[in-house]
Design a protein around this ligand. Structure first.
Ligand code: AMP
Ligand code: MG
Length: 336
C-alpha cells in the first residue's frame, strides 16, 4: 500500500511539474514585446520583437543598419558611395555592387523614373537646412546631363562610370534593402514575430499572433493619423511609402519636396501626396514607391499591374485614395 502511495505521489509531482512547464511555454507565446528606437538613416527607426526577450537582437540589428548606412550614404565621409562619387575607388563590397545592380534593374523597369545616378541633382537640394534655397535652373540643367543610369556599369565588384561627373544617390532604395537585411539577420537568430520600421519603411517577420497579422497604418499626409490600415503577414510583409510630407520646404507659397523628377531636376509635380507599395521585400517597395511617385497614377498602374506580388496605394492632393487592381483581394484593408 505504502509502495502504491509513494508511486502515486511521485506521479503527482511529475504531473504538477509538467503542467508548470506547459504554463511557462504558454506564457512565452504571450510574452511582452521588446523594442528599441534609434535615429538612423536620417530617421527614427524602431525594431519590435514579439517572441524574444533578448535585447541583444535589437542592438545587433541596429548595428547591421549602421554598418550598411556607413557603406551606402553619399554624405558620410569614406562611405563606399562617397568614395565612388569622388572616384577614389572603383571596387566595392559585394553588397554595394549588388545594390547598385538591383537599382539599375529598377531604373530599366521604371524607364528611369527611379534613377540612382540622380546624385548630381540631389546634391544641389538641401531639405534639412533652414535656408530653403531653390537651386538655379541653369545649374539644374547642367547637373541633369550627368543623370543616366545607362551610363553606369557593374562588373562583379567593379563600378564604372561612363560620365566623369555622374554621382550616385542610393537614398530611394537603401532603407528598403537594409530593412530586408535586418529581417534576414533576425530570422537567422530564430525570431518568428517582429516588425522593423525604418521611418515609414516597414518590414514584418511572421505574424503578431497565430490568427492576427500586423496592423500597419499608412500615414495621412501632413497629419499624424492614418489614412488606411493594412494587415500584413508573412506573405505580403512590406509596406513602403514615398510622400512629399516626408522631406520638404516651402518658399514663396510653393512646396519643394525631395522626390525629384529626373526629367526636370525639380520636385516631381503631379497631383500626388504619397505612394505606398506593398510587396514581399522592402527594396522592391522602396525603389517602386519613389518611381511610382514620379510616374503618377496612370503610368504607375500600368507598371504595377504588370508586376507580380506588388500592389500600390496612391493618395492624391484631395486625399482621395486609389488602389492598384486586386490589392483588396490580397490584403486586408480597413479605414481608421
Ligand atoms: P524615397 O523617400 O524612397 O522616395 O527616396 C527619396 C530620396 O531618394 C531622396 O531624398 C533622394 O535622395 C533620392 N531621390 C529623389 N528622387 C529620386 C529619383 N527619381 N530616383 C532615385 N532617387 C531619387
Ligand atoms: Mg524609395
Amino acid at each position: 500500500m505504502s509502495f502504491l502511495k509513494k508511486t502515486f505521489s511521485i506521479l503527482l509531482v511529475f504531473i504538477i511539474l509538467c503542467s508548470i512547464a506547459a504554463c511557462q511555454q504558454t506564457s512565452n507565446v504571450e510574452m511582452e514585446p521588446i523594442y528599441g528606437t534609434e535615429f538612423v538613416l536620417n530617421t527614427a527607426a524602431t525594431v519590435t520583437i514579439y517572441d524574444s526577450d533578448n535585447y541583444d537582437l535589437i542592438d545587433q540589428s541596429f548595428q547591421i543598419c549602421r554598418d550598411y548606412e556607413n557603406k551606402f550614404s553619399k554624405t558620410i565621409k569614406d562611405s563606399e558611395i562617397e568614395k565612388l562619387n569622388s572616384r577614389q575607388i572603383s571596387i566595392v563590397s559585394d553588397e554595394t555592387a549588388e545594390l547598385i545592380e538591383t537599382s539599375l534593374e529598377f531604373s530599366a523597369v521604371t524607364n528611369g523614373a527611379f534613377d540612382i545616378s540622380i546624385g548630381s541633382i540631389t546634391n544641389l537640394w538641401d531639405f534639412t537646412s533652414e535656408e530653403h534655397l531653390v537651386p538655379d535652373p541653369n545649374t539644374i540643367n547642367t547637373a541633369k546631363e550627368f543623370v543616366d543610369f545607362r551610363k553606369i556599369k557593374v562588373n562583379g565588384q567593379e563600378v564604372l562610370f561612363e560620365n566623369e561627373n555622374t554621382q550616385l544617390d542610393l537614398g530611394a532604395i537603401a532603407k528598403g534593402y537594409i530593412a530586408d537585411q535586418m529581417k534576414i539577420y533576425l530570422i537567422e537568430q530564430g525570431v518568428e514575430s517582429a516588425i522593423i520600421n525604418l521611418g515609414g519603411n516597414v518590414q514584418c517577420i511572421g505574424r503578431k499572433a497565430d490568427d492576427q497579422g500586423f496592423r500597419v497604418g499608412i500615414q495621412k499626409p501632413f497629419d499624424s493619423g492614418s489614412a488606411v490600415i493594412l494587415e500584413l503577414d508573412e506573405e505580403y510583409s512590406s509596406v513602403v511609402t514615398s510622400g512629399i510630407y516626408q522631406r520638404y520646404f516651402e518658399k514663396d507659397n510653393e512646396l519643394f519636396h525631395h522626390i525629384i523628377d529626373p526629367q526636370t531636376g525639380f520636385p516631381s509635380k503631379n497631383n500626388l501626396l504619397s505612394v505606398s507599395i506593398i510587396s514581399k521585400d522592402s527594396a522592391t517597395g522602396d525603389a517602386l514607391s519613389t518611381a511610382c511617385f514620379v510616374l503618377g497614377i496612370e503610368k504607375s498602374l500600368n507598371l504595377i499591374d504588370g508586376l507580380e506580388d506588388v500592389y500600390a496605394i496612391f493618395i492624391d492632393e484631395n486625399y482621395n485614395i486609389f488602389y492598384s487592381s486586386s490589392l483588396k483581394e490580397k490584403i486586408n484593408i480597413s479605414q481608421p
